[in-house]
Design a protein around this ligand. Structure first.
Ligand code: PMP
Length: 397
């Protein structure tokens, strides 16, 4: 990695490992080439492991961004007039609600103030009141850094016969979630986040129940590219190491994804393996950043620690500083992001820390340093060396 290249520490896209880059940058494989068929098959098998998918669940990988997976969830699971409940913790819950309205769903939104999670009691009450076909929850909202207990939402919905769709775009492979107990029916993500891949793939696993809902649909099929039924035979063929074609897959990205998911499956940290190790790393890294942020006197938008995801820090600007901070940090070689929540946009900035970079202490420490130097340049004097030491002390612990 070139020393002088700016580090991309936004909440996606993220830095990727040298092996992922190499796999991506090779000559384009054909979609029926034996090496591509093998890579696709491996990717789907590894998704079953990372998602903790039960028997009968179906993994999908489709060229597009995370929003495509959201569209596919809505288009396959909903028919006009059916009720949906959206647990709203920020910007991306609003997008999900809009997608659902456009497929004709009757949408009820249960929202929290920006920076807060929705209480599980409120979710439970809304489930009882609305009796939705499905509840939609964002595991970590990228606009606020708020984390919901998606597993618990799934259990509440399951007990009432409703489906649960989890937007894991800012959480999958970084926050604990399992489909094993049948409480989650569709868990979706995009490649550019904690999976540590370049942007361009929508990835999700649908439960047997979700596949049944599509199969029993009465109001005509969803748009062709969005239809589970278009893609299922393709995914089955690749997993059986057979050639197939419906629409051209992003072949370079699939090769990169086979490598990136292998890195996660083979990870080991604090005595645990695979995705559990990756999840533990994200918690560890969030803690180490927290030690540095405290030295800088920075406060999270999500004030309650339990309601805070581990994949990013959404931090309020110190008094007298605003979005000009981003430019000052960039001068020191690191790109961080501004605010995104429409109501608070100018009040905070975001540092992404997800995916492969969680294994790279030196890159993370460079981020601590650049943010500190940026703060100093913006007129907020902080002790950069002390923050680096606090980071290192926690990271190495
Ligand atoms: N949901 C969440 C939580 C996200 O963070 C994002 C993207 N930042 C999306 C959905 C939409 O994904 P994409 O930009 O890949 O379409």
């Amino acid at each position: 990695m070139g020393e002088h290249r700016k580090l991309l520490m936004i909440p996606g896209p993220v830095e990727v490992s040298p092996a992922v880059r190499e796999a991506h940058d090779g000559p384009p494989p054909g979609h029926q080439a034996p090496e591509l068929v093998e890579a696709f098959g491996q990717l789907l098998e590894r998704m079953r492991i990372l998602w903790k998918a039960p028997a009968g669940a179906q993994p999908f990988v489709v060229a597009g961004s995370g929003t495509l997976a959201m569209e596919m969830a809505a288009a396959n699971l909903f028919e006009p007039g059916e009720r949906a409940l959206v647990v709203d913790t920020g910007y991306f819950s609003g997008r999900m609600a809009e997608i659902l309205r456009r497929v004709g769903a009757e949408v009820t939104v249960e929202a929290a103030e920006p920076g807060r999670a929705v209480a599980l009691e409120a979710v439970e009450a809304a489930l009882d009141r609305v009796q939705p076909k499905a509840v939609f929850v964002t595991h970590v909202d990228t606009s606020t850094g708020v984390r919901m207990n998606a597993q618990a939402v799934g259990a509440l919905a399951r007990a009432r016969g409703a489906l649960t769709v989890v937007d894991g775009v800012c959480a999958t492979a970084a926050e604990a979630l399992s489909m094993e107990d049948g409480s989650i029916d569709l868990h979706l993500t995009g490649s550019q986040k904690a999976l540590g891949l370049p942007a361009g793939l929508a990835l999700f696993v649908a439960s047997a129940r979700a596949m049944e809902v599509r199969a029993r649909r009465r109001s005509g099929p969803p748009p062709l590219y969005l239809d589970f039924a278009s893609w299922r035979p393709i995914m089955e063929a690749y997993e059986a190491r057979q050639k197939s074609y419906f629409a051209t897959p992003a072949t370079n990205l699939v090769q990169a994804a086979a490598v990136g998911t292998r890195e996660i499956v083979e990870d080991r940290f604090e005595g645990v393996d695979g995705v559990d190790a990756r999840v533990a790393r994200h918690g560890h890294v969030a803690c180490a950043f927290e030690a540095a942020w405290q030295v800088y006197g920075l406060r999270h938008l999500a004030e309650v620690p339990e309601a805070r995801g581990h994949t990013l820090s959404a931090l309020r600007y110190p008094e007298g500083i605003g979005p000009e901070l981003l430019g000052h940090v960039a001068v020191h070689g690191v790109t961080v992001a501004g605010g995104l929540h429409p109501r608070l946009k100018g009040d905070y900035f975001r540092v992404g820390h997800m995916g492969w970079c969680t294994t790279q202490g030196a890159l993370l420490e460079r981020t601590v340093e650049a943010v500190g130097q940026g703060l100093c340049a913006a007129g907020h004097a902080v002790d950069v060396d002390a923050a680096r030491a606090a980071f290192r002390g926690t990271f190495d612990a």
